[in-house]
Design a protein around this ligand. Structure first.
Ligand SMILES: [Mg+2]
Length: 383
């Protein structure tokens, strides 16, 4: 057959391990040390393969069999709308076929000057509410400061701290006081050059947000993420108060079930960083969103947590989006999946110039995972 088409699809869930168990956030309990990484591998009629995170399986996998590549991937926009379930594997396949890193093809689509080498800014997102068993704020602060030192040793120079202890896990006043103590301890440990962000997972209200920002006004907080559920009226109040108070802290929001009005509030200058999920929103949609946010000078800050794959994939957006904030780095070792050449150094992730995303599967381990957690469909006979 002349036109290159998809001949097989394999899917599996790999299990990753964090170096340290992640505790609570403002609304959820312990997140733990295990991550789950849904991986799809597509093979085409030339024997080329694309690998990437995807939840596609079963009927969706069946549907893509026999599809011609030029209907799946459009060089001026990325993966075609109807095939976004396969966004990452198809980006990988297209770029392997054309012999270029994803970041080069992505930059062409958004009209940025393609670069030959990439290092993407990233931040350590591992500072969860890990101190609930500590009986004093001082002990809690020491524990969190130690976690910051672990991140610094890994090469991180930007950190995000979970706050909102008083929303659920501690009495309100005691939890808020501990939030403030921990923020101050973290800033003391990072030094003044590092970037420091806060994430309340909607566990504050307007006045709590002001109280905590006031009490940490000298800590140079880069962004406050999800202070409360998205609300244009309350954002406007908070933003106005910050301006009066001389605080340049941005409001960041957009992970999970984001308000349909979020971009409108970003356009109005209320929300300074948009955080749609790297997998849920996907790479192709992020290129479109990023171009729009660039025009408004709003930061693109993809949310990523709990799969590990997004650490690597999100880096590639940095070449295509001018106001790309940073990769949310959830340190995870994934047996069966390697990313040779990616390394964190001085707050940035060096990205290797390999074709595609540069992600490699160990075939034995992946096949084992396909048998035990996934499946395989191929043209002319399923196994
Ligand atoms: Mg968050």
């Amino acid at each position: 057959m002349g036109v290159t088409h998809i001949t097989s699809v394999e899917w599996a869930t790999l299990e990753g391990h964090r170096p340290r168990s992640a505790g609570c956030n403002a609304r959820l309990g312990v997140h733990g040390g295990i991550t789950r990484v849904p991986i799809v591998r597509v093979t085409d009629s030339d024997g080329m393969q694309g690998v990437g995170a995807s939840w596609a399986k079963g009927e969706k996998a069946q549907r893509i069999l026999g599809m011609e590549l030029n209907q799946l991937f459009l060089s001026d926009q990325g993966v075609a709308e109807a095939w976004l379930d396969f966004d990452y594997p198809l980006w990988d396949l297209h770029c392997k076929r054309t012999g270029q890193p994803v970041y080069v093809a992505a930059a062409q689509i958004t009209g940025r000057t393609p670069i030959t080498s990439l290092s993407a800014p990233c931040y350590d997102t591992s500072l969860y509410i890990d101190d609930l068993e500590q009986t004093t704020d001082e002990a809690a602060s020491q524990l969190m400061a130690d976690e910051v030192r672990q991140g610094l040793a890994r090469g991180h120079r930007a950190f995000k701290v979970k706050i909102g202890r008083g929303a659920r896990h501690m009495p309100l006043a005691a939890g808020t006081a501990r939030d403030i103590a921990v923020i101050r301890a973290v800033r003391e440990t990072t030094g003044s050059q590092a970037t420091l962000m806060l994430d309340a997972n909607n566990g504050y209200n307007l006045n709590l947000a002001k109280d905590v920002l006031d009490a940490t006004h000298d800590c140079d907080i880069f962004w406050l993420e999800e202070p409360f559920h998205e609300d244009g009226e309350l954002y406007r109040d908070l933003k106005g108060w910050m301006v009066k108070r001389g605080l340049r802290t941005l409001i960041a929001d957009g992970e999970g079930e984001a308000s349909t009005r979020l971009l409108e509030w970003a356009h109005q200058g209320l929300v300074g960083a948009i955080q749609y999920d790297i997998l849920g929103h996907g790479f192709t949609r992020w290129l479109r969103t990023g171009r729009q946010l660039d025009a408004w000078e709003v930061l693109s800050a993809p949310h990523h947590y709990g799969n590990g794959y997004g650490n690597y994939a999100a880096c590639h957006l940095a070449a295509a989006i001018k106001h790309f904030a940073a990769v949310e780095w959830d340190e995870t070792d994934i047996p069966g999946l390697s990313a040779p050449g990616y390394s964190i150094e001085n707050g940035r992730c060096n990205v290797p110039p390999h074709a595609g995303f540069g992600i490699e599967l160990d075939d034995d381990l992946f096949q084992h995972a396909v048998r035990s957690t996934g499946g395989r469909l191929s043209l002319g006979g399923n196994t």
